[in-house]
Structures are given as C-alpha cells and as structure tokens.
Design a protein around this ligand. Structure first.
Ligand SMILES: Cc1ncc(C[n+]2csc(CCOP(=O)(O)OP(=O)(O)O)c2C)c(N)n1
Ligand code: SF4
Length: 335
C-alpha cells in the first residue's frame, strides 16, 4: 500500500506584491462572460494563485455556462461541472477520491489542490447544507469559493439569499403599488460558516478589486490543510446595471462603505484586513449612497431607502460583537 500524506498541502507562499505574481494563466481566453464580469476575473485569479497541480469543480451558474460553450473552454487545468447545489459534495468527493487512489497506489502520492466554486444561488442558498457538511470533514483538503454576484445571474438575475435589500431583480421589480419588493437583509454567509464550523481552519472574504490580497487568501486557504471556504463579492454589470468599466470601483466602494467587510477567520481567530482593517481602526466609512447610486438596480431608491440601508450598515459596525462579522450583542448586566 502506498504511503499517503496526512493533511500535507502544496507550499504556496504569498505573492509579495504585484510584480511577484506569476505570469502563467490557467483560466485564459475562450469564455463568453459579459464585458466587465468580475466573477470571470475571480476565476482567473483563483486558479493563478492555485497553480497547475489543481482540479477545479464548478457548480451550475454563469461561471459554468459562459465558460464552457460547446468545444471551447478557458480552463487550462482539469475542470468538471457539478450540479447547482453540489459544490460541497464535489469538493469532498474529489478530495476523498484522490486520497483513496493514492492510498491504493493507483496515483502518485502528492498534494493536489481541489477547488469547488459556486455562485451565491448555489452556495448561500441551494448548496449550503453540502458546504456545511464538507467543512466538518477535516481530514480532506479542499477550498470552496463562493463567487457572489448577488443574484441567480445565469438565469436572468433572480433574487437570491445574497441579494441586497431593495434591489431590482427579475423577481423584485419596483412598481407603483409597492416600490420595494425585496425587503430582506442579505445573508452573512462567510461568518455563518465560520461560526458554525469551529474545526474548519480557514474562512475568508475577498474582493478581486484587491487582486494580490485576493490571491494570497486563496493561497492561504489551499495551504492550511482541511476544508476551507472563501466568499468573494463580485460586481456584475448585467445584474447590477452599471457601465462595465466601473466593476473595480464598485468592488472598492463596497469595502470602503463597509457593506462588504474583508476578514479572515484562521483557526478561530478573526482578522480584518486591507481597507476594512483601517475602518476598524478608525478610518471613516464612505456613505453607502456612493455605492448604491452608481447601480441601476437601486435607481428607484428614495432618501428614506438610502437612510435605512445606511442605518443597517451602521448597526453592523457600531453594535455587532465583531464589526461586520458576528451580529451578536452582549446582554446587559443582570439580564
Ligand atoms: C436544481 C436546479 N434548479 C435550477 C437550475 C437552473 N439554473 C441554472 S443556473 C441558475 C442560477 C445559478 O445562480 P448562482 O448560483 O447565483 O450563479 P450565477 O448564475 O449567479 O453565476 C439556475 C437557477 C438548475 N440548473 N438546477
Ligand atoms: S451576468 Fe454577471 S456574473 Fe454572469 S457573466 Fe455577466 S457579468 Fe458575469
């Protein structure tokens, strides 16, 4: 019987600045995503960070459909499609399968990165149970990356559990009788997964507007050992309704307004990073209106709506146990 590594992973040192980033591409030309699609950039950066000894598994969604038109694909590494809610099962099954093949001596024993991606529909909604199960199997190394374009974009922008309050989607068009159809607040997916899986060694949030930081979080997740989860916020010109040239700016604004905090939970320790860290340390947040009013999906917002949105974001920063991460408050003494 061949000897198998326990939880050994590849050694993936962080890139020390943009000039140190490798030039090889493993997600290249041949895809048909919209102009300015940040999720396509996330795929490119994710697999660039992972390197060639990587298997990528993709749940149904834009990043499957637009990237695998008949006889074309941008994927240079081995890639497999899995069902909309199955990123967790695919990650776990592949990691376990590789380990078994190596144990039986049917494959050379070496650490191979296993990454499964899903959209927010496939991750925050449908596939949440399978992702949760995977995060409890600490003997298998894998990364699940949820690219969050805040809708079921592939099937024409339906509401997901990750769609922000009040947004115009094909399921929530503003009307004369009811101006706001969607009045639920967005799920806190990464924090929920981190808080509920105490043995999962790494959960992080990223934004491709900060490309090197994003790739380094992917490298950390892949090299720490065990199942890991990353949540990326991806501006989507089609669903969010803005000029494609604004994608990066919107990603930055989401962070600078405090709407999408950047943090990582490593072995139970929370660290804010990047511009979010500066906010935690006292830098003022930009008003959310700067972010919202650049997007057509919020064009129907009144001053009252903007104030409500701002108040909810303020609450997350001023009152939550960990700003932007854990929505608990300490009970008052004696109660
Ligand atoms: C079980 C199931 N229900 C519905 C569909 C149809 N469908 C294909 S892609 C998609 C949207 C996926 O949304 P998301 O996971 O957010 O990814 P995105 O399209 O935004 O990239 C849906 C509903 C499906 N493929 N499988
Ligand atoms: S709809 Fe959005 S996520 Fe889908 S390909 Fe277009 S920009 Fe990308």
């Amino acid at each position: 019987m061949a000897e198998v590594f326990a939880n050994a992973t590849q050694i993936l040192e962080p890139f020390r600045g943009v000039k140190k980033v490798t030039i090889e591409e493993y997600f290249t030309s041949g895809h048909r995503t919209c102009q300015g699609c940040e999720s396509a950039l996330v795929m490119k950066l994710m697999v660039k960070a992972a390197g060639p000894r990587t298997i990528v598994l993709g749940a149904t969604g834009c990043m499957y459909v637009a990237n695998t038109t008949y006889y074309t694909t941008p994927w240079v590494v081995p890639w497999m499609h899995t069902q909309l809610g199955s990123s967790g099962s695919a990650a776990l099954g592949t990691a376990a399968g590789l380990k078994a093949l190596m144990k039986k001596g049917k494959m050379k024993s070496e650490p191979i990165n296993v990454i499964a991606f899903c959209g927010d529909g496939g991750g925050a909604d449908m596939g949440l149970g399978a992702i949760s199960a995977t995060l409890t199997h600490k003997e298998y190394n894998s990364l699940i990356l949820m690219y969050d374009n805040e809708s079921y974009a592939n099937t024409d922008i339906q509401l997901s559990g990750s769609t922000p309050y009040g947004a115009n989607t094909t399921f929530s068009p503003p009307g004369k009788v009811r101006r706001l159809i969607h009045t639920r607040w967005k799920k806190n997916t990464a924090a929920m997964l981190a808080a509920g899986h105490t043995e999962c060694r790494y959960v992080g949030t990223v934004c491709a507007s900060y490309a090197v930081e994003m790739m380094n979080k992917v490298r950390k997740a892949l090299s720490i050992g065990g199942p890991t989860f990353i949540h990326s916020l991806d501006p989507c010109p089609k669903g969010w309704d803005y000029d494609p040239m604004l994608s990066h700016e919107l990603g930055e604004l989401a962070v600078e307004c405090g709407v999408f905090p950047l943090y990582e939970v490593e072995d139970g320790v929370v660290r804010h990073y990047g511009k979010t860290k500066a906010i935690v340390e006292g830098r003022p947040r930009k008003p959310v209106r700067e972010y919202l009013l650049k997007q057509g999906r919020f064009a129907h917002f009144t001053e009252e709506d903007l104030e409500y949105f701002q108040a909810k974001v303020d609450e997350m920063w001023n009152e939550w146990e960990i700003p932007g991460v854990i929505p608990f408050k300490k009970a008052p003494a004696g109660k």
